[in-house]
Write a protein that binds this ligand. Sequence first.
Ligand SMILES: Nc1ncnc2c1ncn2[C@@H]1O[C@H](COP(=O)(O)OP(=O)(O)O)[C@@H](O)[C@H]1O
Ligand SMILES: [Mg+2]
Length: 236
Amino acid sequence: MIKSKNQPLIKLVDVYKKYKMGNEIVKALDGINLNIYSGEFILILGPSGSGKTTLLNQIGGIDKPDKGSVYIGDTDIVKLSDKELTKYRAKTIGWVFQFFNLIPSLTAIENVMLGLELSGQTKEMKKRAERLLKDVGLEDKLNYFPAQLSGGQQQRIALCRALVKKPLAIIADEPTGNLDHRTSMEMIKLMKELNEKEHVTFVVVSHDESLKQVADRVLHLVNGKIVADQQGKHSK
Ligand SMILES: Nc1ncnc2c1ncn2[C@@H]1O[C@H](COP(=O)(O)OP(=O)(O)O)[C@@H](O)[C@H]1O
Ligand SMILES: [Mg+2]
């Protein structure tokens, strides 16, 4: 896969975000500068409370910084209106969460189709949804409900839901945090396969050091600052 080293896909410039808790001010992000290139698999490690989720929320356009810019290509998403930001989120970013966040009353294929939001649920996209579920080994589970499936299977559905709209990037917050070791390893392998096959950039937050094996880059976040930005084991 070509990993463009020219223009970053995602670029954070001097991003600051603080929260007020009573009289205390928490610097959740304290001057983040970061370039993420198309096709990269980025792992973000860091202790609890170091700002990992806050950072993902900035990239995903869920939250805005107090100061700084978040560029996706040439667009500073901090400057977008709420309406434009909603469109950005729906088209550009796929999310995977620790607790899967599937809709219990919808089947596997229906949950994946939900990922299309504004992109339109065409026949062609339904085919893509089915193919993705097949790619993750769930072709015989299309009409199962989440409660009928294991945690690992549910997370694979969540991964398909994130991918179905062909996002530029997948953001995953502790995607293996609720899976046992063996299932985590399967999930990690799948994310890497889809990173390469679908040419989609991954930004993954985790405590799970196993992810280092598939990451191009490993960032360490401490107290809202990137204190290390290293090549992962996977990078050549
Ligand atoms: N909505 C919020 N209100 C108040 N404080 C928050 C909020 N979100 C995050 N924080 C604080 O910001 C810091 C970073 O949080 P977070 O990004 O969730 O860390 P991590 O994901 O690394 O555990 C923590 O001290 C947390 O308590
Ligand atoms: Mg978090």
